[in-house]
Ligand binder design. Structure first.
Ligand code: AQP
Length: 330
């Protein structure tokens, strides 16, 4: 079986709909056809300011949401990145293969460093650690949202660079980006990505929001001038975003939805979408609460995942360290 791998940072109490549609939903689907590994990227989360107690709680919350959304520990390896010692061991080698200019050109680095008072070296080397996360498991496919495309590209470049310098040893991964939901937009600013760090909480639909909060956010979503419910990213970014979300969660095509809402007001679409979102999120929220009620069981699932992930990662690092000329420990 080909291998699917992806991770998310535990940087919020709840995942948002962009995280779910852009990535998590694909993770769950790929479990059938792929050997799957999914992880909570806590090493990445400390590249910006954070609170240790909050990080620990968010790591468990993120794991609980993955499980609640359908990541199945019997079919996938679910683990916490910091529990696998091999990731930073490989990323060091990849950092030494990366140019300073190349790292500093990354869009996410430029965006995030512009927002920080103190820019850490870790923020600069973030993509090399991400490349290590992927390459260490010989991953074939990486299900992510559009914003991660550039990081995937550098992971591929690093694999190719390593292979041409030290002999073919690393698998060159393919991004798995589903066009329709690769970028979910902010409800208040429908030309910007829905993001944990958005300026207004009203723009983000969180998996763990209450039904009341979800409805309120959808009903106050920014729409466009005009009245026609029609998909057009350029002239109707607000309505197009709502249609994308509606379609992804209901399974109805955008064309079908346009027909259903022909001659109706934006308000009708919002009322119905609110119902669809509330119903879709409710079981995920309930199951998340159940997992969180038993942290010992959650930690045991993660511990088991770490054991299985380590076995794969340690073998890759041994192979890589031998290729680059490090002396084996006897
Ligand atoms: N709006 C989005 N639409 C589609 N996919 C998205 N992803 C994030 N936002 C959207 C995907 O979700 C995963 C989250 O990865 P991460 O935890 O490393 O977070 P991130 O990329 O930094 O995105 P966030 O959650 O929105 O946080 P900030 O505010 O830091 O940008 C990735 O697969 C990502 O593509």
């Amino acid at each position: 079986k080909p291998r699917s791998l992806s991770g998310m940072q535990p940087t919020a109490d709840s995942l948002h709909l962009g995280n779910y549609l852009g990535a998590l939903q694909q993770w769950v689907q790929l479990q059938d056809s792929h050997d799957a590994l999914y992880f909570i990227a806590d090493l990445h989360a400390i590249t910006v300011d954070y609170d240790p107690a909050q990080l620990r709680s968010r790591t468990r919350r993120t794991a609980a949401q993955f499980l609640a959304a359908g990541v199945d520990p019997d079919r996938s390896i679910l683990f916490v990145q910091s529990q696998i010692a091999a990731h930073p061991r490989l990323s060091w080698v990849l950092e030494c293969l990366t140019g300073m200019g190349e790292a500093a050109r990354m869009t996410q680095f430029k965006d995030k460093s512009a927002k920080q008072e103190r820019v850490s070296v870790g923020l600069l080397t973030y993509p090399m650690l991400m490349a290590a996360d992927i390459l260490i498991y010989d991953a074939d496919r990486v299900p992510v949202g559009e914003d991660q495309r550039q990081h995937l590209e550098i992971s591929r470049d690093l694999a190719e660079r390593f292979n041409s310098r030290f002999g073919k040893s690393l698998v060159v991964p393919e991004p798995h980006i589903i066009k329709q939901t690769a970028k979910v937009y902010d409800l208040q600013e429908p030309t910007a990505k829905m993001s944990k760090s958005a300026s207004s909480p009203l723009g983000i639909l969180n998996l763990l929001d209450s039904p009341k909060a979800l409805s309120k956010k959808i009903k106050s979503a920014v729409t466009d001038t005009g009245t026609e419910v029609r998909f057009d990213r350029d002239t109707k970014p607000g309505i197009s975003n709502l249609l994308t979300i509606y379609s992804a969660l209901s399974g109805k095509s955008i064309g079908t939805l346009e027909d259903e809402y022909a001659g109706k007001q934006y308000g009708h679409l919002k009322v119905d979408l609110a119902e669809v979102v509330v119903e879709y999120f409710a079981p995920i929220r309930e199951r998340t609460e159940e997992y969180l009620a038993d942290p010992a069981q959650l930690d045991a699932i993660l511990g088991d995942g770490a054991k299985r992930a380590s076995a794969i990662a340690d073998a890759t690092v041994a192979r890589v360290y031998d290729s680059v000329g490090f002396l084996p420990r006897v």
